[in-house]
Ligand binder design. Structure first.
Ligand code: PDD
Length: 280
């Protein structure tokens, strides 16, 4: 049973997992999610992902129907059942199935779903040579710290970037850089790693935090503060972080090369630290 689905506590082949068309996740995007990957078959930073899931649910007034111990058991079992060398685990909780009405339903059981698929590593050529990104307006709402199902602006941004030949969209509120459509962004200036501050305008990335802690441990100064586009364009190095992309160098922003136009030294060092930690 390779691709695994879990629907309200019941495991099944992914293709058999079906939810109602009246699920509020489907009709309103009324729910929250997480994406977790495994390394060596072990879910990476699962506690941090589950904490964020809980925070996101709380923030939309959805009480998490199950404790994190139950999630851990399901994730472990899903990964074991799938049996892939590495897995990508998607978990989602919605406000449940109810006749369509914007108001919260009085008595509805949240819908819990999980999928486990094979995690294929990112193309090693991209990791070595770096990627191009495209800047555009951040059209999202005012609570980007919540990992909600409402991803239309992210979807449109990433699609637009992809159609323009870029790997990722970099989102801007006026001149301020927020993050990527599916990643956080960091730059290197004068030997310091600088990244937009946590707050309502960005998702507090699990990989972001992990990479910042690696940098601090390695004695690399870190600054979390507002970043504007001019600074980003002048940065010596730029890289993205995220569950699926790890630490990924950026070599061009729109038409402007980053630094020398090659992945930077500090970015490569951080990527190596990251991979070393994972290997442990
Ligand atoms: N997205 N910012 C946004 C908007 C994201 O969607 C993501 C991840 C990140 C990075 O967060 P983390 O390091 O916790 O993966 C930042 C996931 C992978 C997704 O939606 O598929």
């Amino acid at each position: 049973m390779p691709d695994i689905g879990l629907l309200n506590g019941e495991f099944m082949p992914l293709r058999h997992a079906r939810v109602s068309i009246e699920d509020r996740g489907f009709q309103f995007g009324d729910g929250v999610y997480e994406v977790v990957r495994t390394y060596g078959g072990v879910p990476f930073q699962l506690d941090a992902h589950l904490e964020r899931l809980e925070r996101s649910a709380d923030a939309i007034g959805l009480s998490m129907p199950i404790p994190s111990a139950q999630w851990k058991e399901w994730v472990g079992e899903g990964v074991a059942r799938a049996g892939y060398p590495e897995c990508k685990v998607y978990v989602q909780v919605t406000r449940g199935v109810a006749p369509r009405d914007h108001l919260f339903p009085h008595k509805t059981t949240p819908t819990i779903v999980m999928s486990v698929r094979e995690m294929r590593p990112l193309d090693p050529v991209l990791c070595q040579s770096g990627v191009v990104v495209m800047t555009m307006d951040d059209l999202r709402w005012g609570r980007c710290d919540i990992k909600s199902l409402n991803l239309l602006p992210n979807v449109l941004a990433r699609q637009r970037a992809s159609e323009a030949g870029a790997f990722e969209a970099i989102l801007l509120r006026g001149e301020m850089v927020t993050e990527g459509a599916v990643s956080n962004i960091m730059m290197v200036c004068g030997g310091r790693v600088i990244t937009p501050l946590e707050g309502v305008q960005i998702l507090s990335g699990v990989t972001r935090r992990f990479v910042l802690s690696l940098a601090r441990k390695a004695g690399i100064p870190v600054e979390e503060r507002n970043v504007d586009l001019k600074e980003l364009r002048r940065a010596e190095e730029v890289f993205l972080t995220g569950t699926t992309i790890e630490v990924l160098p950026v070599v061009r922003i729109d038409d402007v090369p980053v630094g020398s136009g090659q992945p930077g030294l500090l970015t490569k060092r951080l990527r190596t630290f990251f991979l070393e930690q994972i290997a442990r």
